[in-house]
Design a protein around this ligand. Sequence first.
Ligand SMILES: [Zn+2]
Length: 156
Amino acid sequence: MLARTHFVFGLLFGVIFLPLLKFGNLFDYFIYFIFIELGVLFPDLDHPKAKVHKKIFVSKIIPLIFSHRGIFHSIFPPIILSGGLFYFLKEFYALPFFVGYFSHLLGDALTIQGIAFFQPFSNFKIHGLLVTGSFTEKIIFYSIIVLILFRIYYLF
Ligand SMILES: [Zn+2]
C-alpha cells in the first residue's frame, strides 16, 4: 500500500474513533491526528527506502536490523508502544497512535504480500488481492476520502 493511501486510511480510522475521546479545543484535534499519523508512519520505519529516513537519520538503522514487514508489521509494537504512551502520557495519545498503527497493518493486510500479525510467534499471513500502486488502489484512495467526508458530515 502506498504511503498516501496509508495516510488517508489512518485519517478514516481517526474520524471513526473520534467519539471515544473528549476534545477541549481545536488544538486537541490537531494533536489527535498527529498521533494517528505517527502511528501510521511507524511500521514502515522497517523499510530501507521509507521517506521518514530522510528526516530522521537515526531511523536508517532500523531496516538494517529488522526485515521489512517483519516484527514492525505485527500486532506487538502497537500494543507495547501504545501501552507506553498510556502509562507515561494518557489515553489521549495512546488511542490515536494505536488506531493509526493498526490502520497501517490492516492496509498492508489488504495487499497480495499481506502481513503476519503474530510474528515472530506465527508466520500465518493474512493477505488480500490489492496490488500496491495499482489502479484499484487509486480507486480505494479516493473512496476513502469520500468516506472521511461523509463521516465528518455525520459527526457534526
Ligand atoms: Zn507497511
